[in-house]
Structures are given as C-alpha cells and as structure tokens.
Design a protein around this ligand. Structure first.
Ligand code: HSE
Length: 438
C-alpha cells in the first residue's frame, strides 16, 4: 500500500523533498511506500527537472488539501497565509500534515494542534527548527524521561554567519550584512533574521516541547544583532568571550513545600546577543551552522549540531516526518493519537518578566577621562547590589575614556536601575553597549 503525499510548494525545500522521495534507493525501505501524488506550484513551469509525471502538478493548492485520496499534506510554501489556511483545511479533511513553517506554528500552534487533536491527525514539524538537525523528535521522545532545565540554541544561520565574519574580519555589522546579502547568505529584507524574529519563533516551538505547555510568542523577550559593533566583538575577544545570538528557554527552579520540583515554574524566554565564554560548547558553532544545547535531569547536557537551512538538510527532516506518519498509519490499531508524536498541550506556560531574570552583563561606557570615574561607576553599581566581575579601561575613543564592565549574576531589574543612576553622572558621556553574558 502506498501513502499518497500532497506537496504544497516547490521552492528550495519542496524540491529537496521531492528529490528524496523520487530517489528511495539506499534509504529506509519505507520510502518506497511513499508516492508523490500531487505537487502544488505557483506556476506550471516549475518542476521541469523532476523525473515525474507532469500531471501531478497543479496550481490549485486547495484541491490538494481537499482531495480525499491524499493521506499526508506537506506544507513547504512558508509565510503565514495561505499556509495557515491550507494546513487547517488539510486537517479538517482528515489529513496528516508535515510542515517546515515555524512562523505559522509559533503563532497558530494552539489553533492547529487543537484542530489536529479533534480530528485525530498528526502535525509534525521537525524541519521548522534547526533545518536538518533532529531536535523536535528527540525532545518528544528520546529526552522524554528528563526534566528539562534549559534549551539554549544558535538557531539562526544568517546571524551566526554575520557574527562569525565580524569576529574573524574585525568588520562592522553593516558591512558584513551588505556582503552577506550580495552572496545570498542574507535576505534582501533581513529583518526576520537580524532582529531575532526567526529565532524567537524557533525557541517558542522548542520551549513548548521542552516544558510541555503552549507559549505566547509576544511574551518572548527579543533583541537582534544590529547594535553589535566591531568594538564589542574586540572587547569580548580580549575578555575570552565570543558574541552569539542565543535563543534561551530556561526553567526558573522553585521547590514546593515538600521539596518536590514545582510543575508551575516560571520560564525565562529570551533571544538576544550574548557573550559566550570561549570554553562553552556553543562558542565554536560558526558560520551558517546551528546548534541546540539541552540540559536535563538526569541526562545532563546534550548538544545537537548541524546545518540549519538549505534544500538537502531541511528536506531530510521533512521526509523523516513523512516516514514517521507513514509508520504510524501502517501499524495503528486504535484511534487514539500516538502520545509521543502528537501534541497534547492544554495550558500556556508562565513566562518570567525580564526584570526578574538573573544573568551576568557586559556594559561599555564612554566617560570623561578624569580621576575617580571608575570609583563612581563602582559606587552606583554597589548602590543597587550589582557585583562586578571585571572592569577594564584600555584606551580612548573619540577623546573619551572607554571602560568595559562585566558583572557577576544580577537581577536584570537591579542592573537597569544602576544604569539609570550611572546615566546621571556628569563624567559619563554614553553607554554604547549593554549585552548579557552566558
Ligand atoms: N533564515 C533562517 C536562518 C533559515 O538564517 O537560519 C530558515 O529557518
């Protein structure tokens, strides 16, 4: 028995997916039971290079999601609409769905999974985070025995490519971005990547799986990398750090009266450029590569590393999901959803406000070069309970003294109050950079 796949979209990922499905030799035998039944394209000129009957192509995508013969709909058109509507129509028609669409899942996961559970169908999304890196299914299955404590990822290849080049070339953000756009590594409109929206979508999905609850995207704190300067990268290097755009989901551990871990813990959810110690496993993830470091009890640390985008890697994840569904369809004996591949979240996670989050900070100050300035900075930090790990003054910039401070762990609210006080000091000209430290 062959399972009929309706493929929506024949861009980079769609073409990669079709190529794998059309060339099953040497791969898992289940692939031979998957048939590309229809391919929805914007123009019938597409797909000419695929070795497939031209009758499978249609520009009527809705006819695919409503076709009773289709078992599995694969949505790889991207964007919010019509992707969301097509996914919902496929579910309404009793079809299983595989999608690579992090934007739709991060915004409409509640609606989509509720509909899927009601219909008894699966929506799988391995390709939505980390491209070819298996991380969704491991979170659902292989790591299921753990209490997850944190998920920390470099989940955006474009920004990692830009930051890596800034570090190796000593270049400024704008110059590297322009070159990355010329080379095709960054989009003409780079907003989704460089302002952290793409990473926020991805950490919303990972956090939901790691912490077993739904996530409201707008509650994720988000900062991009536009403000990172060559000066900060150079200081970070001197202090033994590298700067990475991290997406972080972390359980704030509280214990109940009987010393059992609480099930209602607050989550920290944030995307921001971060100084990462050079000895940290994420410090050496360079270029377009992605990595996701998960910490759980009792496992400890586990890191997933690989190519986070591109036709082959992303299609690898899409086809794995199609096979998962086909495997369940072949063996299913009851109508209950498979508990390890369906999504059964009912509640929203509680997200901690940023002022409560505790981390180390890096701050760069430009001050007048006069006696006692470092003492005044230290006093203001001390007034708000901020303890300093290091303070360095290495030179002058624009006739002003440049002072860089790294703090010990501090509640963000206290650190911000100290900065407010410091901004009022006559000797302080400006605070060009404030970054968090892992
Ligand atoms: N734009 C993403 C990135 C790839 O740069 O990593 C697709 O998720």
């Amino acid at each position: 028995m062959a399972f009929k796949v309706g493929l929506l979209g024949l861009g980079t990922v769609g073409t990669g997916t079709a190529e794998i499905l059309l060339s099953p030799e040497g791969r898992h035998p289940l692939l031979q039971e998957l048939e590309i039944y229809k391919i929805g394209v914007r123009s019938l000129d597409k797909g000419r290079t695929l070795q497939i009957d031209k009758n499978v192509f249609t520009t009527d995508l809705e006819s695919i999601v409503t076709d009773p013969a289709v078992d599995i709909v694969v949505e790889v058109i991207g964007g919010l609409e019509p992707a969301r509507t097509l996914i919902l129509k496929a579910i309404a028609g009793g079809k299983h769905v595989v999608t690579a669409n992090k934007a739709v899942i991060a915004r409409y996961g509640d609606e989509i999974f509720t509909a899927a559970n009601e219909k008894g169908v699966y929506v799988l999304l391995e390709a939505a985070v980390g491209g070819g890196i298996p991380v969704i299914q491991p979170l659902k299955q292989s790591l299921g025995a753990n209490r997850i404590q944190s998920v920390t990822g470099i989940v955006n290849g474009t920004t990692n490519y830009i930051l890596t080049r800034m570090a190796t070339e000593g270049a400024d953000f704008a110059d590297v971005l322009a070159d990355a756009q010329k080379l095709g590594y960054a989009e003409a409109d780079p907003t989704a990547d460089v302002d952290g929206f793409d990473a926020a979508d991805k950490i919303a999905i990972l956090a939901s799986l790691a912490f077993n609850g739904r996530i409201k995207l707008e509650q994720i704190y988000r900062e991009g990398i536009r403000q990172i300067s060559a000066a900060d990268i150079a200081y970070a290097e001197r202090l033994d750090f590298v700067i990475k755009l991290l997406a972080i989901a972390k359980r704030e551990v509280t214990t109940s009266a009987n010393s059992q871990p609480s099930t209602q813990d607050n989550l920290q959810l944030r995307v921001h450029p971060t100084l990462v110690p050079k000895t940290h496993p994420l410090a050496n993830i360079n270029g377009v590569y992605n990595a996701i470091l998960i910490e759980g009890e009792p496992l400890g640390q586990v890191m997933f590393y690989g190519r986070g985008a591109g036709a082959g890697p992303t299609a690898s994840a899409v086809v794995a999901d199609i096979m998962n569904i086909a495997a369940v369809l072949k063996t299913e004996t009851e109508t209950l959803p498979h508990p390890l591949i369906s999504c059964s979240h009912q509640h929203y996670c509680t997200i901690a406000p940023m002022e409560e989050v505790v981390s180390r900070f890096y701050a760069r100050f430009l001050t007048r070069d006069q006696p006692g300035v470092i003492g005044k900075l230290g006093t203001s930090f001390g007034n708000h309970g901020v303890s300093l790990e290091s303070i360095v003054q290495t030179g002058m910039r624009d006739h002003l003294a440049e002072i860089v401070v790294v703090t010990h762990d501090v509640r963000e609210g206290n650190f911000r109050q100290a900065l407010e006080e410091i901004r009022t000091l006559d000797a302080v000209d400006s605070i060009p950079s404030i970054l968090r430290v892992l």
